[in-house]
Design a protein around this ligand. Structure first.
Ligand code: GYE
Length: 331
């Protein structure tokens, strides 16, 4: 497992015992506690946001499967949406002396102290999926994930195109992701920038649905009650859009027709609703970050320089494109 432990253990002549002692916590893996001390494997501590959406489930699967394939010992910890859980998981990883730490920060702020602790312990950190707002870029080695501002822009640009020649005002309601998270901040920003091109397009309500289906439903219910003339829903992820569809149908309206719906992610459930005509447009955000992450973990553990930013490539889907893509969709 842990390179540093191994060196220390060899020196002190208590290889197996010493190496095992460092490997407790929330390991998910056959490796822990079964003599992995001498196997030379890299240990990766990963703190996941939670299980709030289909995207997150696919992301967790990708990370777990690719760690296994890469022969990396994964210490996986689920923070259940709480920053304090992520901070204590990272502190645990530092105590365990894992080789590399990766995490998907639930919100952007408040990471400097714990990142400094990792740096002082000489453990490289890779941000996965979401960014932090730390000014000191030396606190982490790399950030792998999507450009969320760009995603918001793509959503807005599509709407600008669709709305050409239509009489205004066009009333938009927005379901934001988790408050303070990079994708919520950036998807709101990119969308607002794009729709500024058409003064007819107006965001009349904007509230968080925490990236969850149930919250998307309840917030949409309140939107429908307070705002009778909603033309468009922009949801920062598929799950909230899917919850909102239930609320729209319960209110006797037709999703995709009475209210146009734009979402982000393109997970299978979202793509199915798009193909069925209930969603109108989806901006893709790929959760399949595992293989690239493992590659970076190996390289940084070997002391190689790694790129400070690894950008995920993604596309967009109309209803027709969703029908074509669905049969071979991986997530
Ligand atoms: O879009 C959403 C998830 O951080 C990109 O988090 C991720 C977002 C994703 O809950 O569904």
């Amino acid at each position: 497992m842990v390179r540093r432990n191994l060196t220390a253990a060899v020196l002190s002549g208590v290889l197996a015992v010493s190496a095992l002692a460092g490997c407790g916590g929330n390991g998910d893996d056959a490796g822990s506690g079964s003599g992995d001390g001498g196997d030379g494997k890299i240990t990766l501590g990963f703190s996941q946001v939670g299980a709030e959406s289909g995207w997150r489930t696919a992301n967790t699967k990708s990370i777990q499967e690719s760690a296994k394939e890469a022969g990396i010992d994964l210490q996986f910890s689920d923070a259940q949406g709480k920053q304090e859980n992520q901070i204590s998981a990272i502190r645990n990883f530092i105590t365990q002396k894992v080789d590399v730490i990766a995490f998907s920060p639930v919100v952007t702020s408040g990471w400097d102290a714990v990142l400094k602790e990792a740096k002082d312990a000489d453990i490289p950190v890779i941000l996965t999926d979401r960014a932090v707002d730390s000014q000191d870029k030396s606190l982490y080695k790399s950030f792998i994930g999507s450009d969320f501002v760009e995603e918001g822009k793509k959503a807005g640009q599509w709407l600008v195109e669709q709305s050409k020649g239509k009489p205004g005002p066009i009333n938009i309601v927005e379901l934001q992701g988790t408050t303070g998270s990079a994708p919520a901040i950036d998807r709101q920003k990119g969308f607002a920038e794009a729709i500024a091109a058409d003064p007819n397009l107006k965001v009349v309500k904007s509230q968080t649905g925490d990236f969850k289906r149930a919250d998307g439903k309840t917030v949409m219910e309140t939107f429908l009650q307070s705002t009778p003339d909603i033309d468009v829903l922009y949801a920062h992820n598929d799950d909230m859009g899917l919850g909102a569809i239930e609320a729209i149908e319960a209110a006797g309206k037709v999703p995709g027709k009475d209210i146009q719906i734009i979402t982000v992610d393109a997970v299978k459930d979202g793509m199915t609703a798009l193909a069925d005509g209930k969603i109108n447009f989806i901006v893709e955000c790929s959760p399949l970050l595992g293989p690239q992450l493992m590659d970076l973990v190996k390289k940084t553990n070997a002391g190689e320089e790694i790129p400070t930013r690894v950008l995920t490539e993604e596309t967009t889907f109309t209803q027709e494109q969703a029908k074509e893509a669905l049969p071979t969709r991986q997530y």
